[in-house]
Design a protein around this ligand. Structure first.
Ligand code: XLS
Ligand code: CA
Ligand code: CA
Length: 440
């Protein structure tokens, strides 16, 4: 008995299809620049939102109707694995991601939790072998349990620091066991509420120590996954230490960790930080730190972490633009850290949501690729900064200018002529490329 019996393998049917269980734009075998969409986009399903979450929010209980919910405890965990692999295969995604607590229930002791994990990990390993679905990344949930009330590696309580380390240690071992390609650190409660009771310096130093221990342990066991920090400015803490890419990058540099990490950038976290998704991607890219993406979107009217499935084509286009310019995501991928709305409680909605997200990124990919090929933005930027390719501008970028030389130059200027930024014309061009996508 399957969990999604009424759904067959999702296929590409093209932009005119009216079949809700078909891709309209994501064509896994279609080649762009010599790579299939499947190879390039590296989609992943987030275990927590899709198989573990029940749709509850701070004002109401769960709404999701799931075939696996008739089970309890370890039986529930096993049923979720069966459902998950049926889902991955029918959807045709190459990757998945999980936290420890998503896949196996916590026991009353750490030892018991680890034993539960071992049983489920062995089962997942078998399913992975049969299905060819791979682990994009795993992580430790060091934020839900009450013991993490004051943080994990940045907790005021050294026992909690130790417990957090033990959980990450176990996840590094599991990552190795399952061939995980990346390992994510999202500092769920690594931050503070008020300075009135907080030793900010000690907390940050401890966080630095914690990351070094993780790097050392991964080396020791020969786990060579890419380590990723996932920045988020707030929620659940008021002041999160890994606020955004720039903040986390400075942190990594301060603690000598910059060579061991890249970033996992989530769209909704970018907007929570007051940035665009593409700003965070660009900042990471130009610093050589773009690792992976949590593909979702926020609701600008709500302003909190709503983790919606990505459907905004403008945003997927500008995100894919950064990814193409980065030469792809390397070992990273596009993980749908996204949840169906509380009102979308039927099991089939999980397919509709992922199909919507995959189609939105496929369109974004095609449009962005065309923008890159036609050098649309490149030539705009090249023109705009042309003053740095000759004369005094060339001297500035080549380090041949100082304040005295610049003053001489400025004194000789009679007229300073700026040129228009032409934002409206650029936006109209992007719209033109977007609307042409249908015929591409
Ligand atoms: C929460 C985060 C979390 C990380 C993994 O806001 O997005 O789900 O991706 O711990
Ligand atoms: Ca995330
Ligand atoms: Ca989120």
């Amino acid at each position: 008995m399957g969990h999604f019996e009424n759904v067959n393998k999702i296929k590409y049917e093209g932009p005119d299809s009216t079949n809700p269980f078909a891709f309209k734009f994501y064509n896994p075998k279609e080649k762009i620049n010599g790579k299939t969409m499947e190879e390039y986009l590296r989609f992943g399903v987030a275990y927590w939102h899709t198989f573990t979450a029940d749709g509850s929010d701070p004002f109401g209980s769960g709404t999701m109707l799931r075939t696996w919910d008739k089970f309890k405890g370890m039986d529930l965990a096993k049923a979720r694995v069966e459902a998950a692999f049926e889902f991955f295969e029918k959807l045709g995604v190459p990757y998945f991601c999980f936290h420890d607590v998503d896949i196996a229930p916590e026991g009353s002791t750490l030892k018991e939790s680890n034993q539960n994990l071992d049983i489920i990990v062995a089962m997942i390993k078998d399913y992975m072998k049969d299905s060819k679905v791979k682990l994009l990344w795993n992580t430790a949930n060091n934020f839900t349990n009450p013991r993490f009330v004051h943080g994990a590696a940045s907790s005021s309580n050294a026992d909690v620091f130790a417990y957090s380390a033990a959980k990450v240690k176990k996840q590094l071992e599991i990552g190795k066991e399952l061939g995980g390609e990346n390992y994510v650190f999202w500092g769920g409660r690594e931050g503070y509420e008020t300075l009135l009771n907080t030793d900010l310096k000690l907390e940050q130093d401890n966080l630095g120590r914690f990351f070094h221990m993780a790097v050392d342990y991964a080396k020791e066991i020969g786990f060579d996954a890419q380590f990723l920090i996932e920045p988020k400015p707030k929620e659940p803490t008021t002041h999160q230490y890994d606020y955004d890419v720039a903040t986390a990058h400075a942190f990594l540099q301060s603690y000598g960790l910059q060579d061991y990490f890249k970033f996992n950038i989530e769209a909704n976290h970018a907007t929570l930080a007051g940035h665009t998704f593409e700003h965070e991607l660009r900042y990471a890219r130009v610093n050589g730190m773009l690792g992976s993406v949590d593909a979702n979107q926020g609701d600008p009217l709500l302003g909190w972490d709503t983790d919606e499935f990505p459907t905004d084509l403008y945003s997927t286009t500008l995100a894919m633009y950064e990814i193409i310019k980065n030469g792809g995501l390397g070992s990273g991928g596009l993980n749908f850290d996204a949840k169906v709305r509380r009102g979308s409680f039927e099991q089939d909605d999980l397919f509709h949501a992922h199909i919507a997200g995959m189609d939105a990124f496929a369109i974004g990919y095609k449009v962005a690729n065309q923008l890159v090929e036609d050098k649309v933005l490149d030539s705009i930027v090249e023109d705009r900064y042309s003053s740095y390719r000759s004369g005094i501008g060339k001297d500035i970028v080549e380090g041949k200018a100082d304040f005295k030389k610049l003053e001489d130059h400025a004194l000789g200027l009679t007229d300073i002529a700026n040129i228009s930024g032409r934002l409206e014309r650029i936006k109209a061009t992007i719209n033109q490329y977007l609307l042409r996508a249908y015929t591409m």
